[in-house]
Structures are given as structure tokens and as C-alpha cells.
Design a protein around this ligand. Structure first.
Ligand code: PLP
Length: 389
């Protein structure tokens, strides 16, 4: 049983593309540098466990998520690889993390003291100390605080400092001035520590691909694993081609002829100029296909056609060059013949970054996982009754 769904809208996740992207990075990096696959936010909307397993098969050794719940979801689905939570966790949940062998990020003395007070388990906990070198988000900035955190961890018989890391704000920009400033800060901060923990890391996708000699011994590989460039400006400078894993499809469920002057959708904002063929497509803003995409283009029969009128919650209309049969496939992201709509195209049209697009395609859109060109699994989150647990 690979799963099933009962609506004509779906996303296809090409796991071979993910495998290729991770394996290519594996080949590109120094043998001593390991890969932590970043699978937060349901693997950027692609499917957490499927992506995690593929990345591990392709050469990643660790996983990272943003929240403890995401790590627990992976454990529940049988993932045994080391997992690091990059975001804040409640001090009372450190016991739960210990039971599930999930490593935590630490960046506050008060938090660590509270966690120590509450901790009654007889199990070890691994921490990665986060340094704020200029991102201004999570992380320690002062030497005294860093030293205090290491001392508290070292005093505790079950706590251990497994890693230290930072995050760059501009690694995806051609101008490397601020990147260098942060990198120098990180080097300075590493000297504050009484010893070097097992893992030292600072590389997101952009850093791993552009500065492989500045990533220490493990990288946190996110966006590029999904085949997307960390930014448009470094896209021409990537060391190897990436393969986009996510595509989005639907089928025309109604086709009709409009007469000149007839209107389409809420607000009656679209008026047919001539006799026109219009197709209704069952995807809308509740699927993450947001209203701002009005007038953007989708692929039908290998040609680009416009979205006309306002996008509704569950449906939208497209102008067809000719009458097509009900059931004709519509590709919103991906290829048809020689034409392609990329995630970057969608992101640029609505003035955002590629990261936001697959994350925003909601749980209501089932994901079909393809491996070696055949269907490995179908996840219908609506039938499963929740997002991705
Ligand atoms: C999301 C995230 C990453 C991954 O970044 P990409 O640009 O997607 O490679 C790495 N590190 C931290 C701390 C993150 O939050």
C-alpha cells in the first residue's frame, strides 16, 4: 500500500534528485567534512522522513530540525540517525530530548541552569553551543556567558558539549565582506572555549558550496539539497548543477467557452475580450497557491497559459489556447515538454525567495514520492488527519 488520494492536485517529490544533490555535495566536500541534512518544516515542504532517509542513504550522517516536535516526529517514524534541534526548546523538555537521543542547541545561561534543575533522567544529553557572530538571532555574544555555559555543561555528569556553531546572514551574497566579518568573529569565539567540541559548524548551503574550506567538520545542508539555489545572485556560481525535487500538478476539472464581455471569479475582475476557452483548476490559496499568483502562468499541453481572475480558496481559472478535455494535466511547478516553470519563477513573481514556495504548499496537497522514476509512496496529509506527523 503506497497510499492514495482523491483530488486532482498533487506535488511530486523526486527523491532521486535529492539523492543526487546530497551525493554531489558528498563528492565535492573534503572527506573529513560530514553532512547534516536540514529537514525542518517537513523538509521545506517536501516530506520529512522520506527526505531524511534519502539524504542519509546519499551520504549525510546527521539531521537537523528547527523544533523538538519535528525531531520527535522523525523518531516516531523510525529515524535513528543523530538529530540536532537548531531552535529553542523549553527547559522542561530536555528530559524528553534525552529519552529520544536528540541533541539540543544552547545559548543562554539561565536556560541551562533551569534545564539542569529540572533534569531528573539518568540519560546523557548532548548540546551544541550557538554563537551569534552577526546574525542577531539565537546565540551567545559574550565571552563570559560562553565560558559559563561550557562550565555548567562540564560540571553536570550527564551533560556534554558535543558541538559549537554559528549561522551566516549573507553567505548567499556575491559580496563577501559581512561573511568574512562573521567568519573572523567565529574564529575569535572558538578561542574562548577551553577545548574544541567534536563538531564545529557554520556552513549552510551557500557556505558549503562557495567556501568549502571554511566549514570546519560538518555542514548544515538545507535549500540546495532540494535542488534550489540559496539565492539568484549565486546561482551562476554554484560548483555543480542542482536538480529541483519539487513539482506541482493538477488537472482541469471543467472547461467552458466564454463570450466577449463575460467575467471570471470573485470581484468579476477578468473580462473575456474575445471568445475564450477557460479551464477550472482545483487548487487555491488554501493549498498555498496564493492570491498574489493571479496572472502568473502554468503549463498545459506544453505551453504557458495565464491564470485569470482572482485565485479562490480551492480553485482557480486559466485561459486555454483551445478546448482541451477535462482531466488534462496542468503543471504549476515543473516541466512539460520543453517548457518549465521553476520555483524561482514563482518566487520572483510574488517577490519572495524560493525557500518560501514549497514550505507554503499546504498539507492539503498530497505528496507523491518518486524513486527510480516510479511511485514509492503517496502521503495524503488530509487523510492522515494532520500535517506531517
Ligand atoms: C535553516 C537553517 C540552515 C539551512 O540553511 P540553507 O540555506 O537552507 O542551507 C542552516 N542552519 C540553520 C541554523 C538554519 O536555521
Amino acid at each position: 500500500m503506497v497510499g492514495s488520494f482523491h483530488r486532482d492536485t498533487w506535488a511530486e517529490i523526486d527523491l532521486d534528485a535529492i539523492f543526487y544533490n546530497v551525493a554531489s555535495l558528498r563528492e565535492f566536500l573534503d572527506d573529513r567534512t560530514e553532512i547534516m541534512a536540514v529537514v525542518k518544516a517537513n523538509a521545506y515542504g517536501h516530506g520529512d522522513v522520506q527526505v531524511a532517509q534519502t539524504a542519509l542513504e546519499a551520504g549525510a550522517s546527521h539531521l537537523a530540525v528547527a523544533f523538538l516536535d519535528e525531531a520527535l516526529a522523525l523518531r516516531k517514524k523510525g529515524v535513528t540517525a543523530p538529530i540536532l534541534v537548531l531552535g529553542a526548546v523549553r527547559p522542561e523538555d530536555v528530559e524528553l530530548a534525552a529519552r529520544e537521543r536528540i541533541a539540543l542547541t544552547v545559548f543562554q545561561v539561565e536556560w541551562l541552569e533551569r534545564a539542569k534543575q529540572l533534569f531528573k533522567e539518568e540519560l546523557p544529553v548532548s548540546f551544541h553551543l550557538k554563537m551569534d557572530t552577526g546574525m542577531g538571532r539565537l546565540g551567545v555574544k559574550e565571552q563570559e556567558e560562553a565560558k559559563r555555559i561550557v562550565a555548567i555543561i562540564d560540571e553536570h555528569p550527564l551533560f556534554s558539549l558535543e558541538g559549537v556553531y554559528t549561522h551566516f546572514a549573507t553567505a548567499d551574497e556575491v559580496n563577501t565582506e559581512y561573511f568574512s566579518f562573521q567568519y573572523q568573529n567565529f574564529l575569535r569565539m572558538l578561542d574562548w572555549l577551553p577545548y574544541k567540541p567534536k563538531w564545529i559548524h557554520c556552513g549552510n548551503s551557500a557556505t558549503s558550496l562557495r567556501f568549502p574550506d571554511k566549514v570546519f567538520n560538518i555542514v548544515r545542508f538545507g535549500i540546495a539539497m532540494y535542488g534550489l539555489s540559496p539565492s539568484l545572485e549565486i546561482k551562476p556560481h554554484l560548483p555543480f548543477a542542482l536538480k529541483e525535487a519539487f513539482s506541482l500538478h493538477s488537472r482541469v476539472v471543467h472547461v467552458k467557452r466564454l463570450l466577449p464581455g463575460e467575467k471570471v471569479s470573485y470581484g468579476a475582475t477578468y473580462t473575456a475580450k474575445d471568445e475564450e476557452w477557460v479551464g477550472t483548476v482545483p487548487i487555491g490559496y488554501a493549498d498555498g497557491w496564493i492570491r498574489k499568483l493571479q496572472n502568473f502562468q502554468v503549463l498545459v499541453d506544453g505551453v504557458k497559459v495565464p491564470i485569470i481572475g482572482r485565485i479562490c480558496m480551492d480553485q482557480m481559472m486559466i485561459r486555454l489556447p483551445k478546448k482541451v478535455p477535462v482531466g488534462t494535466q496542468v503543471t504549476l511547478i515543473g516541466r512539460q515538454g520543453g517548457e518549465q516553470v521553476t520555483i524561482d519563477d514563482v518566487a520572483q513573481y510574488i517577490g519572495t525567495i524560493n525557500y518560501e514556495i514549497p514550505c507554503t504548499i499546504s498539507y492539503r496537497v498530497p505528496r507523491i514520492f518518486l524513486k527510480k522514476k516510479s511511485i514509492m509512496e503517496v502521503r495524503n496529509f488530509v487523510l492522515d488527519g494532520n500535517r506531517y506527523v
